[in-house]
Each structure stands twice: as structure tokens, then as C-alpha cells.
Design a protein around this ligand. Sequence first.
Ligand code: SF4
Ligand code: SF4
Length: 174
Amino acid sequence: MEDSVLTGQEHDPDFVSQIIRYGGHDVQTCLQCGNCTGVCPVSLKTPYKTRNLIKLCQYGYKKIFFSIPWICAGCHRCYEHCPADIDPAEVFVAIRHIQVRERGVPRWIRDNVGLILRNGFGAVPSDDIRRYRERQGLEPLPNTLPGYRTALEELATIFRRTGFDRILGLEEKK
Ligand code: SF4
Ligand code: SF4
């Protein structure tokens, strides 16, 4: 983000009110102190920093958000350390709501949830990892799939009954 130039064309004057409508009530009262960025495990690993994201929300830069809010782990460490009692995670959840309504769920999220529903893993272990596990005397795959088949079926039922599988477009892939 630091290397990018934002233009007025990317500004959406309604973005803050949209975020507030979907539950990100504190977005306007951020002090820009940076505590949240300092404690965020995602900010440590990505170029997008929590404080910057809140600032860009305030400025109405909606377009840049359509991949970012999904990276937030929802751990709420930022909230615990915020002197203004702001919960950035709630702001990012609000942005997810907006995105799902306007653009649908990003493909990588759909693919990931599909993997969980089919295999019990969000990231299926590679052949190397399977071989490594076997060398350690373990089954090639963790016990999630064979041992918790019932849990997977329950998860699929929850997705179906809540309509989450329809939102994700997964019905036909199961
Ligand atoms: S810790 Fe709170 S006040 Fe400080 S930058 Fe983060 S959200 Fe804003
Ligand atoms: S809730 Fe999200 S933004 Fe806040 S510290 Fe955790 S990962 Fe970072």
C-alpha cells in the first residue's frame, strides 16, 4: 500500500456509512495510533497494515478492499490493544458483508471452503508432506477425514440449511 498512489476516482463517499450499516460502528473514531498494526499477526506477514486499512476506510477507498478483509484472522488482538476501544475485525467483517452482497464470495475463499467440505482440510497436504508423515510412522493424512466423517457431514448439513453453500456456489460441486 505504501508504494501505491490512490486517486480520487477510487474514493467512494458512501463507504464509511456502508461499513457502519453492516456493524463496523467504530470506523470513524480511530486515533491512528498504530497499536493494532503492532500486535496484528497478519500485519506482520502482509503489506497491508491494520491502521492503514482503517484510515483508507475513513477516506472511502473501497475498491482496494475486495481482497484484504478476508485475510483478517478475527483474533481481536487489535481490539484488546486499542486505546479508542475500536474493533478493526468488526470493520473487516462489515466489508466482507458488503463484498458478498455486491460481488459475491472471492474464488479463493470458495475453493478453500470446498476443500474443507470435501476433504476436511483447508489445505490438502502435499505428496512430500504425506511421505514425510509416513517416514515418521504416521498415516499419510491426519485423522480429520477418516476419523471425523460424521463431523464433515454435519458441516455440510449446516452449510445447506443456512444457505451458505448456495452463497458460495458449492451445491453442485459436492
Ligand atoms: S489501535 Fe485503535 S485507535 Fe489505534 S490505529 Fe488501531 S484502530 Fe485506530
Ligand atoms: S482481528 Fe484481524 S486485524 Fe485484528 S489483530 Fe487479529 S488478524 Fe489483525
